[in-house]
Structure formats: structure tokens, C-alpha cells
Design a protein around this ligand. Structure first.
Ligand SMILES: Cc1cc2nc3c(=O)[nH]c(=O)nc-3n(C[C@H](O)[C@H](O)[C@H](O)COP(=O)(O)OP(=O)(O)OC[C@H]3O[C@@H](n4cnc5c(N)ncnc54)[C@H](O)[C@@H]3O)c2cc1C
Length: 662
């Protein structure tokens, strides 16, 4: 009997083995090669299937339901289990998580590219709980890890547009997602405290989408969907006494962090001139006392404006002023004489979309606040995602506050949990949210706002929505029931989400009733793969099996009596002790590995045995992922063996977890 990867009928079959991927031969193999797909799905969509899905959302010649205020627009009505608004890292992870857990998703993004502030339009690198790699071992698991690993392996040369394309590939290939690009949510119809319909417009196809769903997720950053639906929100900074926050100003105000425009630049082999447009700002050394233009290659986040006004309504003026400052700073670098080392440097890219840090935050039944970030999170029964970035405050004056430091980070003592109660609206019963617009005070937001944290919140929200849709209950019903909260946490762990103080207690995992042994255990015992945790701190071997790699390296689980098995799930080591992200900064990249991570098992064989006879086998080549799932037609087995053939360079084999399901 042969195992199947991701439920897909295998394309290659040779002497009973199935190679799941041709290592790095071409882009079209990416998804098949490495996606940690949901169990039970039918693999990524084919070209024809994607075309058919796109045809289904095209306006029909005779719209069934014209929309009176806009007679020129065609109306397309869509139904789903979850509508996700906003295609930044939070929205992407929410849409993927919901779809992979069985929900039909309509995913609406107002730009042509996915990724939000991480896309090539803005080019901000993703950071999170591992705090630029200085809190080693705390890189996030789950979907964001899948995206980072895929990008590092396929895009070692750091082309931002290929990162965008990979995000598109992931989303468009997902069977349960209807993706609407260049489409903006602009209206919501609400009745009895629930959104009945959300409206989105695509002027490129002259289409209005009328989206009806039992559940909605606002991942727009600006809370646009929640705002239209009448969800309660907060704008600005709370006062010190509002939530007993030491870092809050004495009095609350409407100020926020500002927006920024980034650039990238490259060194050439000859001098490159630069002439700014007449409208560029004249920048002097005085403007830059606290803002040193050190690195030349990836732009300056401290070119920030808008916090004193309104980052949404002022966006067009902010774009102009930010561009004027960016070009002024580059003029200073190139032409003031202060940076002779910049003579051969030239701009490659200047953003046109102001990257937004802060605007509205939707209010949930719980507002996540500074004392909780700093330790009181330990009392949450409903942690669903981790954060760990510093409380990273920026002055609302931004670049014009030239005598004020552009940021004041206050370290967070340890990685914390974010509660589910901060991820859904307190007054719109079917509205969830993830990203920078969650229910957090301004001070807590200064930590939760970074994109890997937004991504893991997205995964939590998408997974929760899928559970709600399946059980036909609301987020508040999930929250109120400890068994449902536990089920959500277990589902998240199964998908490699990290949650502090939560371990694998999945009643369906057959591996929990097995014993483990291995060919050798020189670094970590085989039993570690059953510890229920999938993370070690650097040099720790508490939750990983590990041994020197030899031609006969294996680990196996054994059951006292045969079990019916139809799925095997493996969690490999992918080097969590290193930072991993796409960045235009060469200095930051130097600390990463842009390629497959050396410790990850590349080639391996899975064998299922019954009474010493191999009853099923699969050989996998070219793996780059941490989480792999292998499906098979159900088979009775009393042993499950993983034979390791090669890593991506490490001379040791390591594995965090083996799970098995009926
Ligand atoms: C200059 C700058 C530097 C930063 N530095 C870092 C850093 O180094 N690392 C880090 O991790 N984070 C950093 N941040 C913070 C981080 O980028 C944001 O907090 C993060 O992008 C929030 O993610 P999100 O998914 O909530 O929102 P976004 O990334 O803003 O994505 C929201 C998406 O929703 C779309 N959208 C908005 N309205 C609608 C609508 N009506 N309909 C449909 N779609 C809509 C937007 O186009 C956007 O693509 C920085 C931010 C800025 C601006």
C-alpha cells in the first residue's frame, strides 16, 4: 500500500515509493513540495480549477440584483462561512487557517498584492516574539513559519515581488478560498448586532460583491469593516489610570503612531548621481541628531508622520510629505558631503503606499493591557497566540519631533499569550479581528502590532471561525465554554501554532499511546517526540529527539496492539534559534540562512509495520518545511518508523514530534 501526500493521487510512483516533490526544480512544484496541508483536503487547486473559481466570481451579463446607487456596477452575491477583510499577514493567516480547517472563505484585499506592510509595496520585514533573533528559540510556529520557510528556500535572492507571488500562490491554490484582489470593503449591513452582509467593490471589473456570511474577520488594520458595521472601537492613547499602565501618558489623547514610506537602495560599481525633485524637503544634520541614516540599503522606518492627526483621513497628504522627506534624506546622504561612502549607491525602489502603524482598534470583551503583557497574561484561560516584541513606542510627532528619540522600547519580560477574548467584537456578535486592530490598549498594541504576532493572531481567528462555523455558534459561545476553548487550543497546536503553557493533549492523537525508540539518541532521547511540546531553547534537547546522522538513522513509535492509521504528522527542527524573515537589510540577512534550514530533514522514508512486515511506505524528497502531514488509505499497524536519509546540511537528525491519526 502506498501513502499519499496531502490526499492527492500521487504523480510519481516507482517501486512502491512515491516521491512527493522534485527538490528545487521549479516554482510550480512549490505547494506540492512543502505545504503543511490540512488533513482531508484534496491538495492544491489545479490551473483549471483556479480558472473555474475565478470565472464564478465574474459579473454575469444580467445582474440578478442591481444596486440602485451605482447602476453601472454589476452585483455578484457570494455566500461563505467566513469573510476575511484585509490581506496583510493577519488576514492571510486567518484565511488560510479557516480554509484549511474546512471553512469556505471569501478573502477581500483592496490592493493587487497580498502581504500588507510586508508586501513589496511597503517592504517591512516581519518580526515577532523572537525579537529580531535576540530572544533565541521563540520564532513563531504555524502558518507564518510555513511562509517564512517557503520564502527562504525558494527566494534566497530576496526578491520582494516573489514573496508577494508566493503569498498569492498559497492563497489562490487553497480550495476553500475565493480571493478578491483590488477589491475594497466599503459597507456593512448590520441587524440585531450582527453583520448580515458586507459590500466590497472592484472598480477594475466594475463589480460590487455582496457577501453574506455567518462570520466576518476584520484584518484591515484600519478596522474598516468593524467601523462600517458599528463595532465599538478606540482611537488614540489611553490615560495612565484607564488601565493602570505605567507607560501610558497621564491623560488619554487621540494621538497615534504615524505612517512611513520606505525605500531600498543598491551599491553600483561607479558613482551614481541623485537629483531630488524641487518639492523634496531640505534636510540638515540637525534633523538627524536622533535619526542616523546608517544602513543604506533598506530605508528608514523613522521617517514617520501622521500621529498628531488622522492616519486614515490624512493619508494622501502624508504620502506626499513622507516622499518629500525620503527624497530629502537621500539628497542629504548623496549630496551633503556627510556620506562619501554613499557615492556609488542609488535608489532602487521608493514606496508609494504609506505603511500604516496605527489607527482604530476594535473593542472586544477584553482589552489586552500593559500589566498583562508584562506577566498577568499567565492567568488567561484562553491564550491562543504568542507575542514578545518590546513595548515599542514611537512619538506621535514622528520625524518632525527631531529632538525626541524615534522610539522608546520597553522590554517585555517574557513571551506572552494573547487571549481569544481580545480577538472578537464586544458588540457585533459575528465579528472577529486580528492584526494591529485587535482589542488592546495603545500601550499593549505597541508590542502586539508586529507582523509575526499579527500572523499568529490571524491563525487563531481563522481556526476559531472554522470551529464556530462548523458548530454553528458564535465567538462568544466558544469563549464561554472551557471545552470549546480547549478544543480551539488543541486544534491550533496540531497546526503548529505556539501557545505558552499548552501542550499536545489531543485525544485523537494515537502517538500519545505509543512508546518511542531510535537507532541512537546521542543528543536527545526518542521519547522526547512524545513530550507534547515542539520547541526547545538553544542547546536544549528536552522536546526533540536528536542523534548524529548515519546511513542507518531511524526513530519509531510502537503500539502494544495494532492501530488503524490514516495520517502521520511530523514536526521537524527548522532552526528556531535563528531569526528568519525577508528583509532588504543586508546586515540583518547576514544573521539568517536564506535557503532551506540546515537542520530540517530533507529526505526521509515513512514505514508502517504490522508484525514486522512493512504494510505502507512513503519516501519524501526535498522537504523544506517544519510541519509535514502524510495521508494514506487507512492501514492497521503496530509500528511507525521514520528513516532519515538527509538533512539540508546538518550532520545530525532531529525531530520534535510525531503524531498519528486514525
Ligand atoms: C514603517 C513601519 C515599520 C514597521 N516595522 C515593523 C517591523 O520591523 N516588523 C514588523 O513585524 N512590524 C513592523 N511594523 C508594524 C506592522 O507592519 C503592522 O502593525 C502590521 O502590518 C499589521 O498587520 P495587519 O495585517 O494588521 O495590517 P496591514 O499589514 O496593514 O494589512 C492590512 C491590509 O488590509 C488592506 N485593507 C485595508 N482596508 C481594506 C478594505 N476596506 N478592504 C479590503 N482590504 C483592506 C490593506 O491594503 C492591507 O493590505 C511596522 C509598520 C510600519 C508602518
Amino acid at each position: 500500500m502506498q501513502l499519499e501526500e496531502g490526499g492527492r493521487i500521487p504523480a510519481l510512483s516507482r517501486r512502491g515509493f512515491i516521491g512527493s516533490a522534485a527538490a528545487f526544480a521549479g516554482y510550480s512544484l512549490i505547494v506540492r513540495a512543502s505545504a503543511a496541508r490540512a488533513e482531508g483536503d484534496a491538495g492544491p487547486r489545479t490551473h483549471e480549477e483556479i480558472r473555474a473559481a475565478l470565472a464564478a466570481i465574474e459579473p454575469k451579463p444580467k445582474p440578478s440584483e442591481p444596486y440602485a446607487p451605482e447602476p453601472g456596477m454589476s452585483v455578484v452575491a457570494l455566500d461563505c462561512d467566513l469573510m476575511v477583510a484585509g490581506g496583510g499577514m493577519s488576514g492571510i493567516c486567518a484565511a488560510l487557517a479557516a480554509a484549511r480547517n474546512g471553512a469556505k472563505v471569501v478573502f477581500v484585499q483592496d490592493r493587487s498584492r497580498l502581504g500588507g506592510n510586508a508586501s513589496s509595496e511597503i517592504r517591512m520585514h516581519i518580526v515577532g516574539a523572537d525579537k529580531h533573533g535576540s530572544r533565541k528559540g521563540w520564532r513563531e510556529g504555524g502558518i507564518i513559519e510555513e511562509l517564512r520557510l517557503e520564502d527562504a528556500a525558494r527566494n534566497p535572492h530576496r526578491a520582494y515581488e516573489l514573496w508577494d507571488l508566493m503569498l498569492y500562490d498559497k492563497v489562490i491554490s487553497e480550495r476553500n478560498i475565493t480571493l478578491l484582489l483590488d477589491t475594497a470593503v466599503f459597507r456593512a449591513e448590520t441587524q440585531d448586532g450582527r453583520i448580515q452582509t458586507a459590500w466590497a467593490r472592484c472598480d477594475k471589473t466594475e463589480t460590487l460583491y455582496k457577501i453574506s456570511s455567518p462570520l466576518y474577520a476584520d484584518c484591515t488594520g484600519d478596522s474598516r469593516l468593524g467601523f462600517e458595521a458599528g463595532a465599538e472601537f478606540h482611537w488614540g492613547r489611553e490615560g495612565k489610570l484607564d488601565f493602570a499602565e505605567e507607560l501610558a501618558p497621564a491623560e488619554g489623547d487621540a494621538r497615534t503612531q504615524g505612517s512611513s514610506i520606505l525605500f531600498t537602495a543598491r551599491q553600483h560599481d561607479r558613482p551614481m548621481p541623485f537629483t531630488p525633485p524641487p518639492w523634496a524637503k531640505k534636510i540638515s544634520a540637525e534633523d538627524l541628531v536622533f535619526r542616523k541614516p546608517n544602513e543604506l540599503d533598506y530605508g528608514y522606518w523613522w521617517i514617520e508622520l501622521g500621529g498628531m492627526g488622522n492616519t486614515i483621513k490624512d493619508n494622501e497628504r502624508l504620502r506626499f510629505e513622507l516622499l518629500a522627506i525620503v527624497l530629502g534624506v537621500w539628497d542629504y546622504i548623496k549630496n551633503s558631503g556627510a556620506r562619501p561612502d554613499a557615492a556609488n549607491w542609488a535608489l532602487e525602489f521608493v514606496g508609494m503606499v504609506p505603511g500604516k502603524r496605527e489607527s482604530r482598534r476594535l473593542l472586544g470583551p477584553h482589552v489586552f493591557v500593559q500589566p498583562e503583557v508584562e506577566g498577568a497574561w499567565k492567568q488567561f484561560p484562553d491564550g491562543v497566540a504568542i507575542g514578545g516584541w518590546a513595548l515599542d513606542e514611537h512619538p506621535p510627532e514622528g520625524f518632525y519631533g527631531k529632538d525626541i528619540k524615534p522610539f522608546t522600547p520597553s522590554p517585555v519580560p517574557e513571551v506572552y499569550n494573547i487571549p481569544f477574548r481580545s480577538l472578537y467584537s464586544r458588540n457585533i456578535a459575528n465579528l472577529l479581528m486580528a492584526g494591529r486592530n485587535i482589542s488592546a490598549s495603545h500601550v499593549a498594541f505597541t508590542s502586539t502590532r508586529v507582523m509575526a504576532t499579527c500572523a499568529v493572531m490571524g491563525q487563531a481567528v481563522g481556526t476559531a471561525a472554522a470551529l464556530c462555523a462548523k458548530g454553528k455558534f458564535l465567538p462568544k459561545d466558544l469563549s464561554a465554554d472551557p471545552a470549546r476553548v480547549a478544543a480551539l487550543q488543541q486544534r491550533l497546536l496540531r497546526d503548529d501554532q505556539s501557545i505558552r503553557n499548552c501542550r499536545n493533549e489531543d485525544p485523537d492523537d494515537l502517538a500519545r499511546h505509543a512508546t518511542a525508540r531510535a537507532s541512537a539518541e546521542t543528543l536527545g532521547p526518542a521519547a522526547n517526540v512524545l513530550s507534547g511540546e515542539v520547541r526547545d531553547m538553544p542547546d536544549e534537547w528536552k522536546h526533540r529527539w536528536g542523534t548524529a546522522l548515519t546511513p542507518d538513522t531511524w526513530i519509531e513509535l510502537a503500539w502494544q496492539k495494532p492501530r488503524r492509521i490514516s495520517q502521520v504528522q511530523l514536526t521537524f527542527d527548522s532552526g528556531f534559534e535563528r531569526e528568519l524573515t525577508l528583509t532588504a537589510s543586508s546586515a540583518k540577512t547576514a544573521k539568517m540562512i536564506r535557503g532551506p534550514q540546515p537542520e530540517t530533514l530533507r529526505d526521509y522514508t515513512l514505514e508502517l509495520l504490522k508484525a514486522d512486515t512493512v504494510v505502507a511506505t512513503q519516501k519524501i524528497e526535498g522537504n523544506v518545511q517544519r510541519l509535514r502531514r502524510h495521508r494514506l488509505a487507512p492501514v492497521e499497524a503496530d509500528r511507525l518508523r521514520l528513516r532519515v536519509h538527509a538533512t539540508h546540511g546538518a550532520d545530525r537528525a532531529a525531530l520534535f514530534e510525531i503524531r498519528a491519526y486514525a
